[in-house]
Design a protein around this ligand. Structure first.
Ligand code: GUN
Length: 291
């Protein structure tokens, strides 16, 4: 039996509807949630992500500010803008789109963002808080994956979860969240010996490697939940230019119990969770201003 499809667009639409109501209530109280987005350089994929984030804000009644810098921008200029946004009480979230050009110290830029406005959850303090189970902004992609798992009532406690990829943006926080939810987590990466051994025993398999159609049906345990975090643009062949994930959807869906598609899976959920974090930040700011 082919897998159940976990529809990220449908789940996003439901969550974004709830968010719009919250944003409107905040706006009525004089605090319109506001996200500032910084984009450095001309990476076309980053430009598309930023455009989608800004459009998502607009639809949900969240104000967005966009600051664009050229590829050869001085890091001091970007750090100056972050300082300005940190100090502006009308801004509730600050996001610097990654990757940054090579002459930037990415860590220093992320650390410059005020922890309370770090809606991407990339600041070391938020990462540390998440690892200790303290209240934190959770990185949007893995947080979106957790919402998708919740939406299908995936049994997480005691489940074998395998995450392929160990990035700071997805793999590491994903492993922390699944561990906190009671799963037994294995993190695989390019140095993993016998990857298939691990993937074939996963009840929950998260692919975040950045390699098109890398996970094939023969790597999937029958009935497993397969989450595809990849967004790759096919370079050649008849489907050149089309988006595809890190999972070979056609073969994996015949084996899995549930699977996320690309597009229309994790992608829209990433943006939804960014909007959630921005509204939460605005709610906290309003509560704080009222003492
Ligand atoms: N680049 C790829 N994914 C992300 C993300 O979630 N946030 C930011 N800021 N940059 C990214």
């Amino acid at each position: 039996m082919p897998a159940r499809i976990i529809d990220g667009n449908a789940l996003s639409a439901k969550l974004r509807g709830e968010l719009a109501t919250k944003a409107a209530a905040l706006t009525a109280q004089g605090t319109q949630p506001c996200l500032a987005v910084i984009l450095v350089g001309g990476d076309p994929a980053s430009a598309v992500y930023v455009r989608n984030k800004v459009a998502g804000c607009e639809k949900a009644g969240i104000k967005s500010l966009k600051f664009e810098y050229p590829q050869d921008a001085a890091p001091a200029d970007v750090l100056g803008k972050i300082a300005e946004l940190n100090a502006d009480p009308s801004v509730h979230g600050i996001l610097v789109q990654l990757p940054l050009p090579k002459h930037f110290d990415e860590k220093a830029v992320l650390e410059a963002i005020k922890v309370e406005k770090d809606v991407d959850g990339f600041h070391a303090e938020n990462v540390g808080r998440l690892s200790q189970g303290q209240e934190a902004f959770i990185p949007c992609t893995p947080n979106g994956v957790m919402e998708m798992l919740k939406s299908i009532e995936a049994p997480l406690r005691g489940a074998e979860a395998v995450v392929i990829g160990r990035s700071n943006i997805v793999g590491k926080p994903m492993a922390m969240l699944l561990t906190a939810a009671g799963a037994t987590v294995t993190v695989c990466h390019s140095g993993t010996r016998d990857l298939n051994f691990h993937t074939r025993r996963a009840d929950i398999l998260v692919a975040a490697i950045g390699k098109p159609k890398f996970v094939t049906g023969d790597m999937v345990k029958p009935g497993a939940i397969v989450i595809d975090v990849g967004i790759n643009r096919l370079q050649d062949g008849p489907d050149a230019g089309k988006l595809c994930g890190d999972v070979d959807f056609d073969s994996a869906k015949e084996v899995a119990g549930a699977i996320t598609p690309v597009p229309g899976g994790v992608g829209p959920m990433t943006i939804t969770m960014l909007l959630v974090n921005t509204v939460v930040s605005a709610e906290r700011a309003l509560a704080k201003s009222r003492g």
